[in-house]
Design a protein around this ligand. Structure first.
Ligand code: NAP
Ligand code: GDD
Length: 342
């Protein structure tokens, strides 16, 4: 089996390529040209087993050429501008990467699939997201049947990608699926996402290298799982007999504040909170040291307040469940960051 992964250098790309290699796949990874080979998330031995192909997600002709040369059995489209906050600053490029580029791949697959009856059909996985739901309190738990109500340029872009996948599946019988994934984290998570920002900052504060941590909305609730578990779900989605859309989630939700408390505990801090809104601070109860301050710069023009997924369909149809608990996830990330800053 041959797989093409876009976004190979990202968090999920790094876990997915390891999984597919372990299953005997020949793995091709799309990487945009940077003039320097840089894959900090991928182990050197794993990298040696990958075929890296250079190309940009927005270059239709190049993508077409790559797909025709590689002729993968499966395409996992993970590449995106994946930061929700940044999408308010760069809505147009975000929209192109998560909307237009999905259509590029579907058009290429339509062309390849219809070329000849002998050509093997390409299966397509689209990295869709729980951001589609909008997270308004009262809509939880969110499942495949929950109405969408996107609150950011990122979510609107991903929603267009979601509908293109559904349309091409229904209209052209393409084996195309949306994985509607809730937040998944790991020691390989980008440092500007809240979980990694917290674990890295607290490890630095503990080591005396940073004074305090600045955060935005502490009340947001997320259904946080471990990325390593979620790539297994992506693979299972494409092994199902029929193409379909699936929610992958843990079924548990926590506030940003709870994440800070749990991470702090592991480093010997008993974080207590004082003040409200922009005046809120988090202090270590024993020493009185201020560990967290609010910086409104990290507030977003549109917020998703409450994500809590219902993964029942994935469990029933795919036999998939998130194995790693919230506490195990936070521990894994804190321990890795204590090591990473040494
Ligand atoms: P990530 O770490 O931000 O990785 C994004 C990847 O996309 C990087 O490899 C990046 O390459 C690549 N990319 C961006 N623009 C590109 C372009 N123009 N051409 C080629 N490659 C480009 O994201 P992730 O956390 O692994 O997430 C993977 C996918 O799942 C994303 O589509 C994300 O929106 C979606 N998703 C993630 C979560 C989550 O909680 N992690 C949940 C739901 C959905 P560079 O290294 O060159 O920047
Ligand atoms: N990044 C960030 N930085 N978020 C903060 C901060 C901060 O300093 N302070 C509070 N938050 C809040 C955000 O406002 C948001 O409500 C929550 O923490 C989580 O933010 P992120 O970690 O940036 O993730 P996200 O939920 O916006 O998006 C992630 O998950 C989506 C799936 O639900 C990304 O991985 C998306 O690509 C993915 O689709």
């Amino acid at each position: 089996m041959k797989a093409l992964i876009t976004g190979i250098s990202g968090q999920d790309g790094s876990y997915l390529c390891e999984l597919l290699l372990s299953k005997g796949y020949e793995v091709y990874g799309l990487d945009r040209r940077k003039g320097i080979e840089s894959f900090p998330r991928i182990d050197k031995k794993v990298l040696e087993r990958l075929h890296i192909v250079e190309g940009d997600l927005l270059d239709f002709e190049r993508l077409r050429q790559i797909v025709k040369e590689v002729m993968p059995d499966e395409i996992y489209n993970l590449a995106a501008q994946s930061h929700v906050g940044y999408s308010f600053k760069a809505p147009i490029s975000t929209f192109e990467m998560s909307g237009k580029a999905v259509l590029f791949f579907l058009e290429i697959i339509r062309e390849v699939n219809s070329a000849s009856a002998d050509v093997p059909k390409i299966k397509f996985y689209q990295a869709s997201t729980s951001e589609l739901f909008g997270g308004d309190p009262g809509t939880e738990p969110q499942s495949e049947t929950t109405p969408f109500n996107p609150h950011s340029p990122y979510a609107i872009a991903k929603l267009s990608g979601f509908h293109f996948v559904k349309l091409y599946r229904e209209a052209y019988k393409i084996f195309a699926c949306n994985g509607i994934l809730f937040n998944h984290e790991s020691p390989r998570r980008g440092a500007d996402f809240v979980t990694r920002k917290v674990t890295l900052a607290l490890a630095n504060i503990k080591a005396g290298r940073q004074e305090f941590l600045e955060l935005g909305n502490m009340d947001a609730k997320r259904d946080w799982g471990f990325a390593g578990d979620y790539v297994e779900g992506m693979w299972r989605i494409l092994q199902n007999d029929t193409p379909d859309d699936f929610v992958l989630a843990t079924g548990e939700t926590h506030t940003v504040r709870e994440f800070v408390e749990e991470a702090g505990k592991l480093l010997g801090y008993d974080v207590v909170w004082e003040g409200k809104a922009e005046k809120e601070i988090g202090k270590d109860k024993k020493t009185g040291k201020i560990i967290v301050k609010i910086n409104p710069e990290f507030y977003r023009p549109g917020e998703v307040n409450l994500l809590l997924g219902d993964p029942a369909k994935a469990k029933k149809v795919l036999g998939w469940t998130a194995k790693t608990s919230f506490k195990e996830l936070v521990k894994m990330m804190v321990e890795a960051d204590v090591e990473s800053i040494k």
